[in-house]
Write a protein that binds this ligand. Sequence first.
Ligand code: FAD
Length: 474
Amino acid sequence: MNEATVTVIGGGLAGTEAAWQIAESGLRVRLYEMRPRRMTPAHTTGHLAELVCSNSLGSDLIDRAPGLLKDELRKLGSLLMRCAAEAAVPAGGALAVDRDVFAQAVTQHIESHPRIEIVREEVTRIPSEPAVIATGPLTSDALAADIARLTGSEYLYFWDAIAPIVTLESIDFTRAFRASRFDRHSPPATQATPSETGAKADVDTQSETEGDYINCPLTREEYDAFVDALVSAETATLRDFELRDERFFEGCLPIEVLARRGRQALAFGPMRPIGIRDPRTGRRPYAVVQLRQDNLAGSLYNLVGFQTNLKFPEQERVLRLIPGLGNAEFERFGQIHRNTFINSPALLETTMRYRDGERQGYPALFFAGQIVGVEGYAGNIATGLVAGLNIARLLKGQPLLSLPPTTMIGALCHYVRHAEQKTFQPMKANFGILPPLEGELGRRPPRDKRTRAALHVARAQADLDAFLARLRSE
Ligand SMILES: Cc1cc2nc3c(=O)[nH]c(=O)nc-3n(C[C@H](O)[C@H](O)[C@H](O)COP(=O)(O)OP(=O)(O)OC[C@H]3O[C@@H](n4cnc5c(N)ncnc54)[C@H](O)[C@@H]3O)c2cc1C
């Protein structure tokens, strides 16, 4: 099996990192990139690893989640981190690059590797030979159709409608309270289902036990003030190609679009109060915003059905009008954009290997990059690195690697494997996805954010060092 050639599909951030890791392990790689023969709606060059939007790879400070992620990538020998260092431009604590210099450096390293062959063609079918699929958020239609055939179309999404996430500790429980709806058979919000639209809409059927939800109750006056602020708030601009696809509008309506359809639309939709009783008044509130646990640690909560395209500062301003969220700390803002991704918790291992591949005739199939539901340039490089290392190990008969979940890369892989399937949404690096510190400390961790971050970083670094030491002694 050592003579195998690995096919990598997609020469973006994840695909080039995967190709490099495989080639460095001694195996041959055939890297398929469809550009420039066939362009995506967002890329503008034929370079590998083109950054389609921002030229920043995010914070490079070690006490920030993206900084920790980059530190880990460097320790694991990432090619793209090396190229980013060569292309870096001044950006304070962030790692920003000259996008052309960066893409050219990656292209040059990949082109000149003796074990990598680049084929400038669109792949339309998943190969049955060893392969990594890293075709990103704008995967071509033909390949997306074949992925849907493999996974089942209900496990492939084309739109990302993300609801904001806040930290538990920032919620004001003098206003908010825990409860689930009494009427467990109430119909879902007035949205098409994800399988009908290829979009991720949040349908809230609430079969969970009572008290799973945090509820923020609104009086009529508070609801009116909220709707007024919402309909007049500034939205982010969608790209032309994103607006063209009308499935988006019916599949995952942003709250501001819904609110513009009628003053009561939210009260009968995601803010419906049916089955909710405020323990302080003993009465049903006029409207309610529900928050659902978002991470295993229980430190993050998302606003159910609150996908929004408002500009980030506007989200902060408007959503803080909700009683209980006056001082909310946003771990992630809502967003709506074109995004092809699979339901990884149903399909992948933490190694990025496709779980059911042996049975379906794809024994060495891996996914990497944004298509697995990881967000952010560095996160996508990371899953490319993990998939590349692991497919090479599989072909060499070595056990596959899962990084410790206490590291930022390990936590991202753990998230895409273990997140809730029904409500799976892409995730970027953040301290909320790391296992809680209580276990190690034997007491409540300090309240101060910076001190907690420092403890997370120290644990992640120690665990990665131990992991690498074990790997070297193999
Ligand atoms: C409009 C837009 C703006 C974005 N802005 C940001 C941002 O500012 N910051 C950020 O962190 N992330 C941003 N993202 C997300 C960004 O795409 C990812 O972070 C990152 O590029 C994903 O890496 P990837 O390797 O998974 O995909 P990509 O970098 O997109 O690489 C996938 C590659 O696969 C190729 N491909 C697709 N289908 C086929 C096929 N069938 N055969 C052969 N090749 C194929 C594509 O041409 C592409 O080169 C943005 C995404 C979009 C769509």
